[in-house]
Design a protein around this ligand. Sequence first.
Ligand SMILES: C[S@@+](CC[C@H](N)C(=O)[O-])C[C@H]1O[C@@H](n2cnc3c(N)ncnc32)[C@H](O)[C@@H]1O
Length: 254
Amino acid sequence: MKLVIDTTQATLTRVEGGTETSLPLYSKEAFEALSLEWVRVGWSLKYYHNFSWFGLPMLQLPEDVIRLQEVMYQLRPQVIVETGVFRGGSLLFHASLLEALGGGQVIGVDLKIAPDVREAIEGHALATRITLIEGDSTHPAIVERVKEIVGASAPVLVILDSDHSRAHVARELEAYSPLVTPGSYIVATDGIMRDISDVPRAVAGWKTDNPFEAACAFAATHPEFRQQQPPWLCHDGELRENVTYSPGAWLKRL
Ligand SMILES: C[S@@+](CC[C@H](N)C(=O)[O-])C[C@H]1O[C@@H](n2cnc3c(N)ncnc32)[C@H](O)[C@@H]1O
């Protein structure tokens, strides 16, 4: 596929399989096509490896973090469960917002929490809001422990950011979706794997083996959840779609 940006003619032209389509450059459709390419190129260059929150690395696209903040501001979760801790930055992001919103707890689950990561999180000023659990996020004993800690708290928001294979995310969705309270979400992150399977550092199989596929299959068999992007709280102009690493990720409990 070839994308030609012509700033003189103000067009974006896509040439694919012998077909050529031109769009006005300053249009919603051109913005969406260019954003997807920006996300793809950035992913190949580890763009998302260059951010931190309150001192710890966070593997997120800043656009996604802003959208998550909007959901948290509206929802005011009492518990956020996140699978996939990495070096702790996203747990601190959740905890810092809960602190500002006046309450709540974060539960972080990871297969392996290195001693220096545990030390950095447990020694942080926000540590009282965070519980770390080490183990496979889909192991029944781990899921049970999370459920015990959550108890009857509400609202509960769940973010799946661990092993991004379709099978693992499907198991996580089954295991953690019962915790999600009505009006809240379970978020199957990193469905962008579907769209980046051909870029440097990626794997061809990601085209179908990804969280987006798991989220779609889950939504099709769980009518109590609807796959929908949370509404933007501030809106002006014609843009509608998140620029995101997580297309189709948001599953709202009805
Ligand atoms: C994408 S990183 C998480 C990024 C983190 N949420 C952030 O924003 O900085 C994925 C993490 O999932 C963990 N992981 C991989 N397989 C897992 C599993 N089966 N259960 C729990 N965690 C797993 C890895 O150890 C890694 O730390």
